[in-house]
Design a protein around this ligand. Structure first.
Ligand SMILES: *Cc1c(COP(=O)(O)O)cnc(C)c1O
Length: 377
């Protein structure tokens, strides 16, 4: 009912743009559940996933840290008075100016996965506490990050650890990211066993590592999955790092915290029947706006309908339909060839689980933009 009122009041002002709805309580609930089920792992939220200030402030106040990958993200977190200790700089291919900035700002914990990057760090930020990122891919994920980041844990990692010794760099630990959005839960336990082996190897050459970063990848759409991640992570920790004062363990969840907290309201601008027998709907949203990642990775989309005329009975039948985005590009198709209840021009569709990688990747292409977020505190 609140949403219907909101839509009506916007329409009364002549505003029929799409918009986001954020339920901040959902973010707080996710944090509470994480701390309850995975108490030994401190979450460092991945800022790139959704950098809306209210989200960042909420997580900061709850005690989360932040995973940043650029000068601007670091600056953003410092401007929100986030403790420097609570910022990780996790890009493994850093621009020199960004690296310099992190040195000037005393951002200490930074990652690398190559000799070449280590040499850059040595030159620009020699007192950094470096973290070696290894590759440890889940069997399946929405976004595989291993093809681009992380060194081989067997063929390369021991060499790089030795190199840190030779170069007199302060190596403090190991990180990995199994891939964004995985249901290969056991991967965390296996990765932690490998991290333990690297800790043991490092000890043989005089490094006492004390930092483990288990990355992100946790699906946020369905909270019941958290138990599966927790089981694997907790078992991995208990087996390999039983003593809690010996090592600090963090994670970098992005989508987990924000995905289910955001919805998008979008209106049907045009309905027409095609010669292909389908109904074609044109929305005021786009793959250049909130649906880019869903488009690239062919995500399942879920929506509910708010009818323009609420009095209308809901017994409409399902028809083969396509939902087009608003830009003048024919690639801009949000859903194609799907059975949907018949809708009308002026009806609103509410897409759920739209918090991860939506606002931060949205463009202004063709003069269309979705930049309004209504917040339910
Ligand atoms: C993107 C990213 C994350 C967040 O990943 P999610 O799958 O959203 O949890 C964490 N760490 C690094 C280094 C990343 O690049």
């Amino acid at each position: 009912m609140d949403l219907i009122k909101l839509i009506e009041s916007r329409l009364a002002e002549g505003n029929d743009d799409s918009f986001y709805i954020l339920n901040l309580e959902d973010v707080r609930l996710k944090y509470r559940l994480w701390m309850e089920k995975i108490p030994r792992v401190v979450p460092y939220y991945a800022v790139k996933c959704n950098d809306l200030e209210e989200v960042l402030n909420t997580l900061r106040d709850l005690g989360a840290g932040f995973d940043c990958a650029s000068k601007k993200e670091i600056h953003q977190m410092l401007a929100l008075n986030v403790d420097k200790e609570k910022i990780l700089y996790t890009h493994t291919a850093k621009q020199i100016s960004h690296l310099k900035y992190s040195a000037e700002q005393n951002i200490e914990k930074i990652t690398f996965d190559s000799v070449e990057e280590l040499e850059k760090i040595k030159k620009v930020h020699p007192n950094a506490k470096v973290v070696l990122r290894i590759r440890f891919d889940a069997a399946s994920s929405i976004i595989n990050l291993g093809i681009k980041f992380g060194c081989d844990p067997i063929k390369e990692a021991p060499k790089f650890i030795e190199l840190c010794k030779d170069m007199n760099m302060n190596l403090i630990g190991i990180s990995f990211h199994v891939g964004s959005g995985t249901q290969d839960f056991g991967i965390f336990e296996r990765a932690l066993a490998t991290v333990r082996e690297l800790f043991d190897f490092a000890a043989t050459i005089g490094f006492k590592l004390n930092f483990v970063d288990i990355g992100g990848g946790f699906i946020g759409e369905n909270i019941s999955l958290l138990d599966n991640y927790a089981k694997s992570i907790n078992t991995g920790i208990d087996k390999n790092f039983p003593s809690s004062n010996e090592v600090e363990i963090v994670a970098e969840p992005g989508r987990y915290f924000v995905d289910s907290a955001f919805s998008i309201a979008t209106q049907i601008v045009l309905k027409k029947s095609g010669t292909d027998g389908q109904i074609h709907y044109y929305l005021n949203e786009s793959i250049y706006m909130s649906f880019l990642i869903a488009f690239l990775y062919k995500s399942d989309l879920k929506f509910t309908i708010i009818r323009k005329s609420k009095m209308e009975n809901e017994t409409k039948s399902e028809k083969l339909s396509t939902l087009w985005g608003c830009t003048c590009n024919s690639m801009d198709k949000i859903m194609g060839d799907c059975m949907m209840k018949e809708m009308e021009i002026g009806d609103w569709l509410i897409f759920h689980n739209m918090g991860a990688y939506t606002l931060t990747v949205s463009t202004k292409f063709n003069g269309f933009e979705n930049n309004k977020v209504f917040i339910l505190k």
